[in-house]
Design a protein. Structure first.
Lengths: 165, 264
């Protein structure tokens, strides 16, 4: 053996040694092909589970929403009556008290006070007849306004003030 | 030569039949080079099969136990289907395959050590120590070999490590690993050459397999390597032609230097 060929010979020997444990190519490839046919991807199973979970959750989710909506619709009242001067309050349903006054000055004074006290009102004027409609006064409230009209402090209900000239 | 573009399209197709087809093509094309690479990296594995020189004995032994390295490579290829892995591009296929095979090998090699541990001829408590010693010594040798212009102290440390590693490999393989009966030189010279080649492979497994393919592989055997078969080697190892040429020139020089010491 000379130094020139030493590498080739050494690698040749080593390769021959390593290849001693090699299985024949055709056998090995056949074996691999057979095994490969039985290999399934894990992710396929995961995807299957995921799709099942998605379908189930969408069915359960929609049915839960419908059930919840129905329970809410049946148990919660549509409108609640509130005591106060809000729209459709019972105060507006009480009998109207009509107060007649003789002078326009007095009428103006009443309107100014009602506006200042932020009392809900409506006024109409036709020739010499003026009319002020107050939607409702509550008990123990608007004492100054009630005093001006000589009303009792406990008075509640709508009010119409007419100037009778 | 494998068509990387088509193989890549099949691998990313998401269809299991296409993917199986691509994996089969890749296995047939790269099995040998990947196997050689692992055999060089783990020379002690499958040594019991190589020991039986007589072909009849070998066949009967192989019927009982299939080569572990071949098993590892098959497991790595099956993993691609099982875990739905695919390469980043058609140019990265070879590197990607090598990565998967190397990772699988490092995971599976513990099975070899466990087998070695329960072997009736091995002392059960020594196997883990042998493995630890082997790993640390190979790592240390690789570190010291990278030193440029090593001092006398480093050189003597390197030769000490080489002797120790060879000792460990011989212990695992239960004796010398090659047959010197038909050798043209004295048995002790051949033993030195074989051990040096094995150590070179342990230190530089990738470069050693390239060098082996270049020098004595199927593509270049009995003829002078030319650009055409070098190009084929480059595609098998997923490297450029210039890189292969550089590896061959650098590492053949290194191996020749180490081997010459046996003749001196």
């Amino acid at each position: 053996m000379n130094k020139k060929n030493i590498m080739k010979e050494a690698l040749h020997r080593y390769q021959r040694y390593l290849s001693q444990s090699d299985t024949e190519d055709t056998l090995l490839h056949k074996n691999f092909k057979e095994k490969l046919a039985h290999i399934e991807s894990d992710q396929k199973l995961i995807k299957k589970i995921q799709s099942k979970v998605n379908a189930t959750s969408s069915i359960i989710g929609s049915s839960l929403f419908i059930t919840g909506f129905l329970i809410a619709r049946l148990t919660l009242p549509v409108a609640v009556g509130v005591k106060g001067v809000e729209e459709k309050s019972y105060i507006e349903e009480l009998p109207i008290k009509i107060i007649e006054i003789s002078t326009h000055e007095e009428f103006k004074k009443i309107i100014t006070l009602a506006i200042n006290k932020e009392i809900s009102l409506e006024s109409k004027s036709n020739n010499n007849i003026s009319q002020l409609y107050i939607y409702g006064l509550e008990q123990e409230k608007n004492k100054e306004f009630k005093k001006l009209l000589n009303l009792d402090n406990n008075y509640e209900g709508p009010l119409t003030i007419i100037v009778n000239n | 030569m494998i068509d990387f573009k088509n193989t890549y399209q099949e691998l990313i197709s998401g269809d299991n039949d296409f993917r199986r087809n691509a994996i089969e093509k890749l296995y047939i094309a790269f099995e040998i080079s990947l196997k050689r690479n692992l055999q060089i990296k783990y020379p002690y594995v499958d040594s019991h099969l190589r020991k039986s020189i007589d072909s009849e004995n070998k066949e009967s032994t192989m019927k009982l136990t299939s080569p572990f390295i071949e098993e590892i490579i098959q497991i790595a290829f099956f993993k691609i289907i099982e875990k739905n892995l695919s390469p980043k591009s058609e140019y990265a296929i070879v590197g990607w395959l090598k990565d998967i095979v190397n990772k699988t090998a490092s995971e599976e090699i513990h099975r070899f050590w466990r087998k070695f541990e329960v072997d009736e001829n091995t002392q059960s408590n020594s196997a883990s120590k042998i493995k630890f010693d082997y790993d640390t010594k190979v790592e240390e040798l690789n570190k010291l070999s990278k030193i440029k212009n090593p001092s006398e102290k480093v050189k003597s440390e390197i030769s000490r490590l080489r002797v120790q590693i060879i000792g460990i490999v011989k212990l695992i393989t239960k004796g010398g690993h090659l047959n010197h009966a038909k050798a043209s030189a004295a048995p002790y010279i051949m033993e030195c050459i074989d051990e040096t080649t094995m150590l070179f492979g342990l230190q530089y497994p990738d470069q050693a397999s390239i060098l082996m393919e270049y020098t004595v592989g199927q593509k270049t055997e009995n003829k002078k390597p030319n650009n055409k078969n070098l190009q084929e080697i480059a595609s098998i190892y997923g490297q450029s032609l210039s890189n292969i040429k550089k590896t061959v020139s650098t590492y053949s020089k290194l191996l020749k230097e180490s081997l010459s010491e046996c003749l001196d």
